[in-house]
Write a protein that binds this ligand. Structure first.
Ligand code: 5AD
Length: 368
């Protein structure tokens, strides 16, 4: 089928999604991009929303085979920010007009950690209420798999979005990149539980994993659709040399161009299939190309996560190598990003939560 015929469809099946993802012809890719951008602009508008990113701890109890901060990597200097450090980064974020913050960390389930997150969420909420943000900053958590009791506590404290990537929805791929103790089923359970509690839920995958095909990627998009998620964060898999997957470095270097192109096509195809969800232009995209995030925005993304992690610890939060912006202050990051957004003819949605339209429509709510 010609790409023009596929793009005319109002609903896409697995073969249609594969058809989008296999495109390599520049003109075809431009047609897909343009359609994804049109859907974004009609469904969500031209605003790009910021989520100030605070990577508050790299202490992790997991041993994901791809991840630079896995527990077995003894070369990592471990840190956990204090509650005060986290709250002041969030207050700065609110003062800049970024309507939301993301608190991200390694995965831990001990009581001390659960309490730290709970108390910081409450404190951020109480300290960021203002005329422009009558309900304080929007708070997204990205702290891995937890019990539903813990998720409920964090939701009651005031967090309203949660990111938990599935990494790959294909059981055979999931099990090759995780130790046996980590199970695809329990991650899916967590995603269901988060939705039931009332969180806006985000998930996503890594693109370019060894053994991953376009069929796998098409199935990932169907997984997002069937789970009816509100937000998507996806990016290229980037090899970290202190992980068991370092042996793929050679493969990775050879496939770089392919992976970057598939990452952009995944954003566009996800936009075409899911239509009104929020999609992030992730930092990992920028690791591959200097304008990777702008490209992500052009292919249908509408969220960007400016760095707020204090500079002294940022270099210890290396999930993958070559992470950009390590030496930029939060202040520099702010101007740099605004220029990047404007360069693709979009505007920053300052002082708004920028909730997923999919979620507001699903719940017939308007933003406070
Ligand atoms: N390359 C790209 N993304 C990675 N992540 C972890 N390690 C890597 C890597 N080596 C992503 C995972 C995780 C998110 C926080 O970072 O998808 O969910």
């Amino acid at each position: 089928m010609s790409i023009t015929d596929t793009l005319k469809k109002t609903s896409f099946d697995r073969n249609d999604i594969i058809r989008l993802l296999v495109s390599t012809d520049t003109q075809e890719i431009e047609l897909i991009r343009k359609e994804a951008e049109d859907v974004l602009l009609t469904q969500c508008g031209s605003e790009v929303f910021y989520r100030g990113l605070i990577e508050f701890s790299n202490v992790c109890t997991c041993d994901c085979l791809y991840c630079g901060i896995r527990k077995s990597n003894t070369g990592v200097k471990r840190y956990t920010l204090s509650g005060n450090e986290m709250v002041s980064a969030a207050v700065w974020c609110a003062e800049q007009g970024y309507g939301s913050v993301v608190l991200q960390s390694g995965e831990r389930r001990d009581a001390h950690f659960v309490e730290l997150v709970e108390s910081v969420v409450k404190e951020i909420k109480s300290q960021t209420v203002s005329q422009v943000l009558p309900h304080g900053l929007g708070i997204t958590l990205c702290c891995g798999e937890q019990s539903s009791e813990v998720y409920k506590r964090w939701f009651s404290a005031g967090a309203h979005r949660y990111l938990l990537r599935i990494e790959s929805s294909a059981p055979e791929l999931f099990s090759t990149i995780h130790p046996p103790s980590q199970r695809l089923e329990s991650r899916i359970e967590c995603l269901r539980s988060l939705k039931e509690i009332g969180f806006q839920v985000g998930t996503g995958v890594m693109i370019g994993l060894p053994g991953q095909s376009v069929e796998h990627l098409a199935d990932d998009i169907l997984f997002f659709r069937d789970l009816d998620v509100d937000m998507i964060g996806m990016g290229p898999y980037i090899v970290h040399s202190d992980t068991p997957m370092k042996s793929h470095l050679h493969y990775y270097n050879e496939k770089k161009e392919w992976v970057f192109q598939k990452s952009l096509l995944m954003i566009a195809a996800t936009r075409l299939v899911l239509r009104d969800v929020n999609i992030a232009a992730t930092t990992a995209l920028q690791t591959m190309k200097h304008d990777g995030r702008e490209q992500g925005l052009r292919f249908g993304a509408n969220v960007i996560m400016p760095q707020l992690t204090p500079q002294e610890v940022r270099e210890n939060y290396l999930l993958y190598e070559g992470k950009p912006c390590l030496d930029e202050s939060a202040e520099q990051c702010r101007f740099c990003l605004q220029n990047r957004v404007q360069s693709v003819d979009r505007v920053v949605g300052f002082n708004k939560w920028g909730d997923s339209k999919h979620w507001t429509r699903r719940n017939l709510r308007t933003e406070p």
